[in-house]
Design a protein around this ligand. Sequence first.
Ligand SMILES: [Zn+2]
Length: 469
Amino acid sequence: MTENNRLKLKGLNDAQKIAHTLTRLDEYWSLVMAMWENDVPRVQYILSVALKKGSSVQQILTTLEDAITGTYHPRGYSGDDLDLATLVYRLGGRQLMYALNHHLGLLSLHTLQAHSIFTSITPTIGSISPDQFDANINTLIITPHTNAVIPLQGHSIMMDEIALDERASHYRPANCVIGLCHSHSNLIDPMLHTYDSALRIATKLNEGEVHLGKEMSVMGIRAFGDDNLFPILAAPTCKTENIVTMMAILSMARDRWRATGAEAHFSPIFCFATDGDSTRRGAGHCLFVKTELPMTSKLYGTLSCMPGLNLATGDDEITLDFDYKHIFKHYGVLTRYLIWLPGQDKFSIMKLLNPDDPQDVPRAVELMQSIIALSKIETNPLLDGVAVCADMSAIKILGIMLESLLLPFIDISLSLQQQIELISCYCHLTFALFHMHHSAFMPHILFYDTQSMCKNICFCVAKQQKLDG
Ligand SMILES: [Zn+2]
């Protein structure tokens, strides 16, 4: 019973006290019944706000009653609420969002729009062309930052594919058919002038001269030290690009950054990053590993002093980079010895070694950390046998190697100096082992990708130091 009610009950006779209590109980019971019969939208949120404010029991009950009758709508929201609303909007569009807003108290589209940045990318219709890059760079990057103070940070271009519904659809703003592959769209006119336009496109699709995009090639630009990624290309692909066409696409992206004035307004492109796609790796190698850094370069003084560092870059000293998540995933190898680790059993190790989702980066990191922990276990030749000790000494080297690759990415207490030392340790160890054992030690491609990634880190640090000391 609240303090208020105790005060009210003072000065009443016993019969009046019993009558008052019964009335209160009746009110509580009505509320419980109402909550049972009606969904109270976001009841947990209402209670947590009320308790934080230090509301009395009576105030909380009144708020709940108002929520049931629909006269009170909780206004606050958390990051999770925004994420959930975004997901609902993406999956079910405006209609689902409206329904869930009214029925479950999910955020409205209006609130979501007020608190999120929505980007509308210009999709590629037909072949990939400079004007699509220009439109996206201008609308999504330059215009929103016209009056912003821009820190001096190098930029990275990244490219990957995302899943796409394999279908053609009508794009109203341009009255065109979209969803057709960019590589072969030069064979049709995507504009719907007449009924015959649609028939001609359908015929070309049936004849297999033009294809529906299997995936969407996406390209984005991000400044170092900034989490925002700005999309600059979304092009349906039938995955038939060769290295030459890929080189043309990458060069176009690089050149439009300068031509649109973005380079002058922001900062230059430091590197181009990709995953393990072989066409992009080939194109990236041709474009960005071709010229030795000249002695006249501002970077030469720093980088030429790093023994073993490959100094080949592309035009404007742009280097090739590989997504570290792609690299971590490829360490999804290993071994019966993990069962020695405390807290691991057959089932947990099967989970580590056979992840249901090959894209699961946290699990790959967990596996690498397990190997590092395993490598620190001491063995004794007399107790464990010579074979086990030989295996363990190999695992020790693997542990040191993985630790020097992983720590710079996950240990935020390291200084830049320590990070670079570890990366350098990783490069020299893997080079020595690869030199001795070739692909028996590590697949050629993984060796190339990891060395390129580490080299790019050294270049980007040196470039950023020159850009903004
Ligand atoms: Zn095609």
